[in-house]
Design a protein around this ligand. Structure first.
Ligand code: SF4
Length: 273
């Protein structure tokens, strides 16, 4: 893992997913194959492949303090282009300090992680306007190791949810991206929804795999090595508009049927477009 120190001009940025986004790191050592943040390498070129570098924005806290003098309070998504609780955060604690500052200044937080390190910050979140989210793509350990090689196990993420709920923190789950033809059957979705609900998730979003920039080469490489027979199906699902529309329609139907069977339809939103 190549770690570099960098400086940023802004850290609290207006974002499409929330009022603001905040990323204390560029790059993510979790190295998920389907990671949508791979597009960052267009703007921050690195010699290393995605997952093998992290730039630490060492002035993040100072920059945030400056920005907070003027910023209007709103909801902040942490984080949109990295996992804010990836291992290096244990050493730098930048995400923690930024969360403390944001909450002190009247902002609310929505977090999303695949790391158990977020437990460290329950004391910052408890009793505050924070919704703690974890991402799940599959409960199958082998699949998870292939697609999310350095993230916490699905069981560990579920235990984070349980502990957060017990600590009085509101929780949510992002199911996604569902792995096409691998973790997207109605039965698999139902099991994911049941487990998320058992662990206290108040909201569940479901996402399908999208052909975001730089995702396909990484996905295709994995498929070639591990699931070669699925390569043509993935290509069609991602790039043939008719096949994609049909796939997304099937996923919507499966998600809603699975949600009804798991008795969680009121908590589930299928973000499948
Ligand atoms: S944890 Fe999130 S940001 Fe990190 S590599 Fe995986 S998908 Fe990308």
């Amino acid at each position: 893992m190549i770690v570099r120190e960098s400086v940023c001009k802004t850290i609290l940025n207006r974002g499409g997913l929330s009022d603001y986004t905040l990323n204390c790191y560029t790059g993510c050592s979790h190295a998920c194959v389907y990671c949508y943040a791979r597009f960052m390498q267009r703007f921050h070129p690195h010699d290393e492949p995605w997952g093998q570098f992290v730039d630490v924005k060492v002035n993040a806290v100072e920059v945030l303090k400056r920005q907070l003098r003027r910023a209007t309070p709103g909801r902040v998504f942490i984080s949109s282009a990295c996992d804010a609780w990836q291992p290096i955060e244990a050493q730098w604690r930048l995400t923690r300090r930024c969360c403390e500052l944001l909450l002190e200044h009247g902002f609310s937080l929505g977090t999303l992680t695949k790391s158990t390190l977020i437990r460290r910050d329950f004391d910052v979140f408890a009793g505050r306007p924070v919704r703690l989210g974890v991402t799940l793509t599959t409960l199958d350990r082998r699949l998870q190791q292939l697609w999310e090689p350095a993230a916490a196990t699905a069981e560990d993420r579920l235990s984070v949810l349980r502990d957060a709920q017990q600590a009085g923190i509101e929780t949510s789950v992002m199911l996604g991206p569902l792995l096409p033809f691998l973790s997207d059957s109605e039965t698999q979705i139902e099991e994911l929804l049941r487990r998320a609900a058992e662990c206290g998730a108040k909201q569940v979003w479901v996402d399908a795999l999208n052909p975001r920039p730089r995702v396909w080469p990484a996905v295709a490489e994995l498929l070639r090595a591990e699931f070669p027979s699925l390569l043509p199906q993935y290509r069609r699902m991602l790039f043939d508009p008719a096949a994609r529309a049909e796939y997304l329609s099937q996923i919507r139907t499966r998600v809603m049927a699975a949600a009804r069977r798991a008795n969680v339809a009121d908590r589930v939103t299928a973000c499948v477009y």
